[in-house]
Write a protein that binds this ligand. Structure first.
Ligand code: AMP
Length: 309
């Protein structure tokens, strides 16, 4: 086992509208958020992705400055980068996707380097499930942990491929809304049962400001989201969560259910920073000290020593 993390996901331009702010064509994409979160753990990591010629080198430098290996990021000549735009409702919980342009992602076939084909920790971040499957096919050995994240776009447009990918992984992380869309069950506990019946060993359901839950066999665990006075933009919170989760698992090298509880707390803490500013802005200035302070706060918030009477 090594503690290398290989993340596949989009590198994107995002246009985001919230009731309070709007930003156009800023740095986004699942892989950017995840890699920034994993970088907090100071471990070897690589991103596998694709961009067009229009993707600024300054965006890639954000990753290289954090020692993220980007040798498996393909730049397609004459193509444009994946583009996504979304708008949030006043309560910041509901989001509509206004536009998704797959662009360079459409015909992309990932090529793994020998350096990372043996990584023990794989994050199949949000992107085309065909690409997630192609990454799995190129791994030279069975990793310790494969985490998969996805989005309604793929649940609706590529359900068969997504189903094939989900059957090959260890941990599925989805929002409660995505779990419903995936299974057709309105109750999220029933959705979890259906996913377990498919053979998914561990399931994480993210419930936004209402925290997240981990399920494994008949065991479950809950982490609240950090209470925040102000939420600027929830974009990327799920990807940050996934990057934080796998980063902690890789750093500690312990893939037990008990340790996943800690990873969930860490993931929740990191995601809480993501939403404080627009896009990746807050993650770009994040320090380890800030993260630890908030992690201890979460610990205090949730632990109690009850005197049973
Ligand atoms: P989240 O808020 O965690 O769902 O992640 C939002 C990020 O995912 C944005 O930065 C988008 O660029 C990216 N994104 C949006 N739609 C897709 C999609 N269909 N596939 C992959 N990434 C996407």
């Amino acid at each position: 086992m090594n503690n290398k993390v290989l993340t596949v996901g989009t590198l994107a331009f995002d246009t985001i509208e919230t009731p309070f702010t709007k930003a156009e064509r800023i740095m986004g994409g699942a892989a950017n958020y995840s890699a920034l979160a994993t970088a907090v753990f100071d471990i070897e990591q690589a991103v596998v992705s694709v961009v067009g010629e229009d993707y600024p080198s300054s965006f890639l430098e954000v990753l290289t400055e954090r020692e993220v290996d980007i040798s498996q990021v393909e730049i397609v000549k004459g193509a444009q980068t994946f583009f996504w735009s979304g708008r949030y409702a006043t309560n910041m919980n509901e989001r509509v996707t206004l536009e998704t342009q797959e662009n360079a992602l459409r015909n992309y076939i990932p090529k793994l380097s020998s350096d990372f084909a043996g990584a023990s920790f794989i994050l199949l971040g949000n992107l085309h499930p065909k690409v997630q499957l192609q990454v799995l096919e190129q791994l030279c050995e069975r990793p310790q942990l494969i985490v998969l994240d996805t989005m309604n776009y793929w649940i609706e447009n590529t359900p068969e491929l997504l189903d094939e990918a989900i059957r090959k992984i260890d941990i599925l992380t989805v929002s409660d809304e995505e779990a419903r869309a995936l299974t057709g069950e309105t109750n999220f506990l029933k959705a979890v049962e259906k996913l377990q019946a498919k053979g998914v060993n561990y399931i994480i359901i993210k419930k936004g400001e209402h925290g997240s839950m981990l399920f494994h066999e008949d065991k479950s665990f809950f982490t609240p989201a950090l209470p925040l006075a102000e939420v600027c933009d929830p974009t990327g919170a799920g990807d940050t969560f996934a990057g934080g989760f796998i980063g902690y698992m890789a750093k500690t090298g312990d893939i037990s259910f008990e340790n996943m509880k800690n990873a969930l707390a860490y993931a929740s803490t990191l995601a809480s920073f993501c939403v404080e500013k627009i896009g990746t802005e807050r993650l770009l200035t994040l320090t380890k000290e800030e993260v630890l302070r908030r992690l201890f706060y979460l610990k205090e918030l949730t632990q109690f020593d009850i005197n049973i009477v």
